[in-house]
Ligand binder design. Sequence first.
Ligand code: URA
Length: 242
Amino acid sequence: MRLDKFIVSTGKLSRSEAGRAARSGRILVDGIPEKKADRAIDPEKNDITLDGELLTYRKFTYILMNKPDGYISASDSGRETDPIVLTLLPDELQRIGLFPCGRLDKHTTGLILLTNNGALAHRLLSPRHHVAKRYYYTSKFSLTEEEIATLQEGVTLEDGYVTLPAVIEQQPGATEGYITLTEGKYHQIKRMLEAVHNKILTLERVTFGPLTLQGLPRRGDWRYLNDEEIRQLEAHGQSPLT
Ligand code: URA
């Protein structure tokens, strides 16, 4: 594997930054400064350090993004004319097989996880694991107490599907609030509000399991997950959550 590719996989630097770091002597391979970022290394055998810190190889990449309005959550543009979320990442990260873990609608903003760990994504999205997803919404009308109770207990959508229990936080009379789901059917929140003769105006995902928008203040911002967040996600992927 190329040294710069290895450094990118650790989430420490982009490929161009890795090239610059190597040229300025910040990267050592088995204790010897290595100026050529494109040289081959074996992550199992070579000790690679950056600024004195020993780097560990990460087989998979995990990126958290604050999705802007108008972007499609897909890994390739297919027949879409709208931009896909992947295009917000640098070139080298567009070529490592990342895909969004679950879909947000084109006009939904907020938290989206991109990874190339297919098995973990599959587990996190499986209904069995009940990963909680919290959304901030604005709606056309305020929800009555009765409607909130219906939506929380399980509402019948237009195709006959009855939703799993959800949590709604809304002040009386307000046309905004939070809704937490543990499933992710197509256009689910929009269809839930339609089922009580209301309409979603805006939707923003604010949490996904243990992950939050912290550190991603602007739309289009992205960052690597840290080791603790990866550990928490893997734990979520293993045992069913409530
Ligand atoms: N529910 C929706 O209706 N849209 C989303 O993007 C996510 C949940």
